[in-house]
Design a protein around this ligand. Structure first.
Ligand SMILES: Cc1cc2nc3c(=O)[nH]c(=O)nc-3n(C[C@H](O)[C@H](O)[C@H](O)COP(=O)(O)O)c2cc1C
Length: 330
């Protein structure tokens, strides 16, 4: 397992992937309950938005979310350095640069996956952030883009960007196709090539590689961790937080949290947030998978789809669900 020394005081053996519109601070609160030692990621936040938008709101998180990495999008070294400073001041534990998003809007802004074709620019971005803050600056990328996806080009990307001061790479183990596929298709159509990610780990033994893409079961986690420094899980964690809890127990030991513990912990967050004016639906939507695969799954989803009660911010919904779980657990 990991031979790269861990100096930051947190581990990356289990990471929850950055997911736009999904891994907001409410979702991360829930994931933290399921996985107390996982490294959590924000959604991608553009350097531009931090410069010109509601920075305080964008940077907000709960202290329980530590360790937490902020994922930045951008390709202007000076702007990214400013964003990194803001993130460091806000107390984030790591700054991650998005070099994997294939969306046309993102490519048009010259960031995301298209940057794999500009390793020198990525190096300069990393170096600028590295000079601005003392946090680890890491990269999340693909195996390649379009036809530029050979092992040689990938090695070159790592060689060049590490010179900027990156020594941790999260590898979404498939290439991105920048034309013709939607972002969702780009997460399933190009085939996963775990072997190529494993090869990187052998080729650059002094760097840290976290593998991402299609990881759904404890068996897969166990297998990857014999070849990589950590796993990053996205959709499986979101759609089924209990599965995330199971992975956490596999890696860090202890009993996995059950749905009752998760829901009652999340209820406390919901109650506080409702009092502060957050809409109930903005929080319950992240918990729809809490009973995935169990007999209560359908009732739970039906309860959580009651538009009128959601609109009324009626926390009684959660209490009914908690009552529903008791007989299931008996
Ligand atoms: C709804 C959604 C939004 C995503 N947004 C981001 C993002 O903001 N930044 C990023 O690097 N990857 C993003 N991704 C990709 C994931 O981080 C991850 O690489 C991908 O889903 C593959 O992992 P998985 O098979 O475990 O889900 C997103 C994925 C999903 C499903």
């Amino acid at each position: 397992m990991a031979s790269v020394p861990i100096s930051e005081g947190f581990e990356r053996r289990l990471c929850v992937a950055p997911m736009m519109a999904w891994t907001d601070r409410h979702c991360r609160y829930l994931h933290r309950l399921a996985a107390p030692r996982a490294l959590l990621f924000t959604e991608m936040i553009t350097a531009n938005a931090l410069q010109h938008g509601p920075a305080e709101r964008l940077l907000r998180y709960d202290p329980s979310e530590h360790p937490i990495a902020i994922q930045l999008g951008g390709s202007d070294p000076a702007l990214l350095a400013d964003a990194a400073r803001q993130a460091a001041d806000a107390g984030y534990d790591e700054i991650n640069l998005n070099v994997g998003c294939p969306s046309p809007r993102v490519s048009k802004g010259r960031f995301g996956a298209c940057l794999m074709q500009e390793p020198e620019l990525v190096r300069d971005c990393v170096a600028a952030m590295h000079a601005a803050v003392s946090l680890p600056i890491t990269i999340k990328c693909r195996l390649g883009v379009d036809d530029a996806d050979s092992d040689d080009l990938l090695d070159r990307f790592i060689e060049i960007t590490r010179a900027g001061g990156c020594d941790v790479y999260y590898i979404h183990a498939r290439k991105a196709l920048l034309k013709g596929l939607s972002p969702a298709q780009n997460r399933s159509v190009p085939p996963l090539q775990y072997g190529r990610a494993y090869r990187l780990r052998e080729r650059f033994p002094d760097l840290c590689f976290i593998i991402n893409g299609g990881i759904e079961t404890n068996e897969q986690v166990r297998e990857h961790l014999t070849r990589q420094d950590g796993v990053m899980v996205g959709r499986a964690a979101y759609h089924n937080p209990l599965r995330l809890a199971g992975m956490h127990a596999l890696i860090f030991g202890g009993e996995p949290a059950d749905s009752h513990a998760l829901l009652s912990g999340y209820r406390a967050h919901i109650e506080r947030e409702l009092a502060a004016g957050t809409r109930l639906a903005d929080m319950t939507r992240h918990a729809l998978g809490l009973f995935a695969g169990s007999p209560g799954a359908r009732r739970w989803r039906r309860l959580m789809s009651d538009a009128a009660r959601l609109r009324a911010n009626d926390i009684g919904l959660i209490d009914e669900a908690l009552e529903m779980i008791e007989p299931m657990a008996a």
